[in-house]
Design a protein around this ligand. Structure first.
Ligand code: NAP
Ligand code: MN
Length: 267
């Protein structure tokens, strides 16, 4: 049966040349490539690049519901399922329906300033930092109950999908994406008699709300980073962060196993 495909490619020479090869191969199949993405009318998105390219696709198309498969031409390619030399296998397995869907939820932040609220959703993580090199001083609540005062470089709030990205570099834990939780990891927390907070990650169940409130008027200029994209805010009143209901659906072939993938990319 005919399927409608949308291809999203980064601008490296390698990715562009893989796209050409892919298009040639698809001409001999029932998979038709369309140049515009139509949410209700596309069966598959093929993303050519690295993890960063997938993150950009997810932002640009606002967490498309259409299944996505990645061809890795990047450096790491943790999200990406196919190696460029395996395109024929991919076409064969896809046509046979021999794959499963891995659903990955994002993280959403609501940033309240002067009574107006802005929303950002990231697939990997929301990071809250100060301006330039300034440390942050934030009161942290879980479900509106005060937990701690945090002082340090910032906080990284990661989805399970993001647990292997910045979160891991910060000493956070790798989370099997079948566990739906939020991981809150401190970035360079101060530990002295003036400032004290948790030094390890804390894990929150999927429905919980994390709120950060600047400790004083001097602490209200903050940057919110969502999957590497940055917005600067002044006069922040509070930032509430949740595991998002938005998710993406990645295609994984039958030999995919999360911990095997982790092993091959990290050890
Ligand atoms: P980048 O400069 O390419 O560096 C980010 C690295 O993390 C790349 O190797 C990327 O893979 C990899 N990566 C991205 N998402 C991942 C995931 N879910 N699991 C495992 N590895 C992942 O930047 P980018 O490609 O635009 O990625 C943006 C991400 O960079 C942010 O969401 C944040 O997680 C991460 N970051 C990491 C650090 C750090 O480790 N100290 C600092 C800031 C930001 P590819 O090579 O395939 O792109
Ligand atoms: Mn990258």
């Amino acid at each position: 049966m005919e399927k409608r495909i949308f291809i999203y490619t980064n601008n490296t020479e390698m990715s562009q040349s893989i796209e050409k090869t892919l298009r040639k191969k698809l001409l001999k199949t029932d998979l038709r490539v369309f140049d515009e993405y139509e949410a209700d009318n596309t069966d598959l998105i093929i993303c050519i690049g690295g993890d960063g390219t997938l993150l950009r696709l997810v932002q640009e198309y606002n967490f498309p519901k259409t299944p996505i498969v990645g061809i890795n031409t990047g450096h790491l390619g943790f999200f990406q399922e196919i190696l460029p030399e395996k395109i024929d296998d991919f076409i064969f397995l896809y046509n046979q329906g021999k794959y499963s869907i891995q659903s990955l939820n994002g993280v959403t932040a609501y940033v309240k300033t002067n009574g107006c609220t802005k929303k950002h959703t990231a697939l990997n993580e929301i990071t809250v930092k100060g301006l330039m090199t300034h440390p942050v001083h934030l009161n942290i609540s879980i479900n509106n109950s005060f937990i701690e005062r945090f002082s340090g470089d910032g906080l990284c709030i990661a989805s399970p999908a993001g647990s292997t990205a910045y979160n891991y570099a910060l000493g956070g834990s790798i989370v099997d994406p079948r566990l739906n939780l939020l991981q809150v990891t401190p970035i360079a927390p101060m530990q002295n008699v003036a400032y004290r907070s948790f030094t390890s990650s804390i894990l929150l169940p999927s429905n919980d709300k994390l709120t950060v409130i600047p400790c004083s008027a001097n602490d209200t200029t903050l940057t919110v980073i969502y999957d590497g994209m940055m917005s600067e805010y002044e006069n922040v009143e509070e930032i509430s962060i949740y595991l998002s209901r938005k998710k993406i659906n990645l295609i994984r072939f039958d030999d995919y196993q999360f911990w095997e993938k982790v092993k091959s990319k990290f050890l």
